[in-house]
Design a protein around this ligand. Structure first.
Ligand SMILES: NC(=O)c1ccc[n+]([C@@H]2O[C@H](COP(=O)([O-])OP(=O)(O)OC[C@H]3O[C@@H](n4cnc5c(N)ncnc54)[C@H](OP(=O)(O)O)[C@@H]3O)[C@@H](O)[C@H]2O)c1
Length: 403
C-alpha cells in the first residue's frame, strides 16, 4: 500500500482552564493548524502515524481538566483521548500500514503516537463497527462488565439501581444485569432516555423532573439490593436511604460533581455514611477499570460476542466534524448524549467534514434541512437500525430491534 505522509494537521487546544465550580463551554477550545511532528518521531523506531477517523469523548477527561494534574489540559495544550485511526506509517514491526487501531492520542486530525510498553494499541476486529471500540467494547462496556465480574454481581431476583443509566457505562450495566435476571431501575435526565431504557426492560425515571425519593418509592417499594452509581449527588443519597440491610454499593463515577452546568450535585454524604454504617451496607468504594487492564482483551472479546449474538445493544451519539469536538465534549455534562459521544472526522464517502468558514455569508435557505451534526446511532449486530436525529424536538427515541 502506498504511504501518504501529511505534513500538517489540525489540532484542538485548550483556551481556558475550567475548574469544577465552573461550567465547561464550547469556547474553552480552539482549533488551529500545526506541523504533524518533528523529525524525532518520524524516524523513531517505536512510532506510528495515524489518520484519525473517530475520537471518543469521556467524562473522565473533565476530571483531568478540573484537577489540572494533566499538563494536556493546561491552556494552549492539546488534550488526549481515545481515538480510532488508520495507520499511515509505522516503525513498529507488528503494526502495518492500513491497519485500524484504537489508542490514546492527542486531539489532532493526523498524529504520531509513540508506542511504548505503557501504551495500549488495540487492533480492531473488522467484523464490527470500529466505533464500538470507543464505547461498548471499550471503556464503557469494560467498566460495567469488569465491575460486575470482578467486584460484585447482583443475583437473579435482586433489585438494582443504575444512575446515569443512559450513559455508555450505564447502558452496558443495565443490559448485563438484566441478562442475569436482576430487576433494574435507572435514573436519567430526559424523557427520551426514559423511553429508551424502558424498551431495554429498565424501570427508568427522569431525575430532572421527578423527585428521586418519590421515584424510587414508586419503582422499588420493597427497597434496593444493589446500587451501581455513576453520578453521586442526590439520586445516590435517595438510593442509599432505601437500601435493604446488607445491600451493596458500587461506585463507578461521580459525574454530577465534575461540572457546574447542572447546578450543585446535592446529596448528603454524611447521611449516606451514617446509613451505610447503621444498616450494614457493603460499600465497595470507587471502582477503577484501569486496575483490570490485564483483563481488557478477554473482556472486549466477550462483549463483542454478546453484541454479535444481539444480546448487547450498542448506543452511540455521533457528532460530525472535528471542529465540533468542544461542543460535543461540553454536551456530555448537559446530558446531550446517549451512550458514548463519538466525533466522526470523515463522512461515509471519505470526505473530511470541513469547519464552516468564519466569515462565510449566511447560506441561502436550503430546500431541505441539513443533517444534524448530532445523532444517536443504535447498533444491533443482527439488524442495524438507521440513525435518527437526537435533538429534533419530538424525534422518537431509537429503540433496539428485537433480539
Ligand atoms: N470507574 C471507572 O473506571 C470508569 C470508567 C469509565 C467511566 N466511569 C464513570 O462512569 C460514569 C459514566 O461514564 P460514561 O463514559 O458512561 O458517560 P457518558 O456515556 O459520556 O454519559 C454521561 C451521562 O452522565 C449524565 N450526567 C451528566 N451530568 C450529570 C449530572 N450533573 N448529574 C447526573 N447525571 C449527569 C448525562 O446523562 P443524563 O441525561 O442522564 O443526565 C450524560 O449523558 C461517569 O461518572 C464516569 O466517570 C468510570
Amino acid at each position: 500500500m502506498a504511504s501518504f505522509f501529511p505534513t500538517s494537521t489540525t489540532e484542538c487546544y485548550v483556551t481556558k482552564h475550567v475548574r469544577n465550580s465552573e461550567i465547561l463551554e464550547n469556547n474553552c477550545f480552539e482549533y488551529g493548524g500545526a506541523d504533524v511532528a518533528g523529525p524525532r518521531c518520524r524516524f523513531a523506531a517505536n512510532c506510528i502515524l495515524l489518520k484519525v477517523l473517530y475520537i471518543g469523548l469521556e467524562p473522565y477527561m473533565r476530571v483531568f481538566c478540573v484537577t489540572g494534574k494533566e499538563p494536556e489540559w493546561d491552556v494552549g495544550r492539546v488534550p488526549r483521548g481515545k481515538v480510532i485511526g488508520e495507520v499511515l506509517q509505522s516503525n513498529v514491526p507488528w503494526i502495518s500500514i492500513g491497519m485500524k487501531v484504537k489508542v490514546t492520542a492527542p486531539w489532532r486530525t493526523y498524529t504520531w503516537v509513540e508506542v511504548t510498553p505503557r501504551v495500549l494499541v488495540e487492533e480492531l476486529d473488522n467484523t464490527v463497527p470500529p466505533e464500538l471500540y470507543l464505547g461498548l467494547a471499550g471503556s464503557g462496556g469494560r467498566t460495567a462488565r469488569l465491575a460486575l465480574e470482578k467486584l460484585v454481581k447482583p443475583q437473579a431476583g435482586h433489585v438494582a439501581l443504575v444512575t446515569a443509566a443512559a450513559s455508555c457505562v450505564g447502558l452496558a450495566a443495565c443490559q448485563l444485569m438484566r441478562m442475569e435476571g436482576v430487576t433494574v431501575l435507572g435514573s436519567c435526565g430526559s424523557e427520551r432516555k426514559v423511553t429508551l431504557l424502558k424498551k431495554l426492560g429498565v424501570k427508568a425515571f427522569n431525575y430532572k423532573t421527578e423527585n428521586a425519593d418519590e421515584a424510587l418509592a414508586r419503582l422499588a417499594p420493597t427497597g434496593l439490593d444493589f446500587l451501581f452509581d455513576n453520578t453521586a449527588g442526590r439520586v445516590r443519597t435517595a438510593a442509599i436511604k432505601i437500601m435493604r440491610g446488607g445491600g451493596v454499593i458500587l461506585t463507578s463515577g461521580r459525574i454530577a460533581r465534575y461540572d457546574a452546568f447542572g447546578g450543585p450535585a446535592g446529596g448528603d454524604e454524611a447521611l449516606e455514611k451514617q446509613i451505610i454504617y447503621e444498616n450494614c451496607l457493603h460499600d465497595y468504594g470507587q471502582f477503577f477499570v484501569g486496575h483490570f487492564s490485564g483483563d481488557f482483551v478477554e473482556c472486549t472479546s466477550h462483549i463483542i460476542r454478546l453484541y454479535k449474538r444481539g444480546r448487547l445493544k450498542n448506543f452511540d451519539t455521533i457528532v460530525d466534524g472535528f471542529h465540533n469536538l468542544g461542543e460535543a465534549f461540553a454536551g456530555i455534562f448537559r446530558g446531550k448524549n446517549v451512550g458514548r459521544t463519538i466525533v466522526r472526522l470523515y463522512d461515509d464517502a471519505g470526505a473530511f467534514f470541513e469547519a464552516p468558514a468564519p466569515d462565510a455569508p449566511a447560506p441561502a435557505p436550503a430546500p431541505a434541512p441539513a443533517p444534524a451534526p448530532w445523532r444517536v446511532d443504535v447498533r444491533v449486530a443482527s439488524a442495524p437500525a438507521p440513525p435518527s436525529p437526537l435533538y429534533a424536538a419530538e424525534a422518537p427515541v431509537p429503540g433496539p430491534a428485537p433480539a
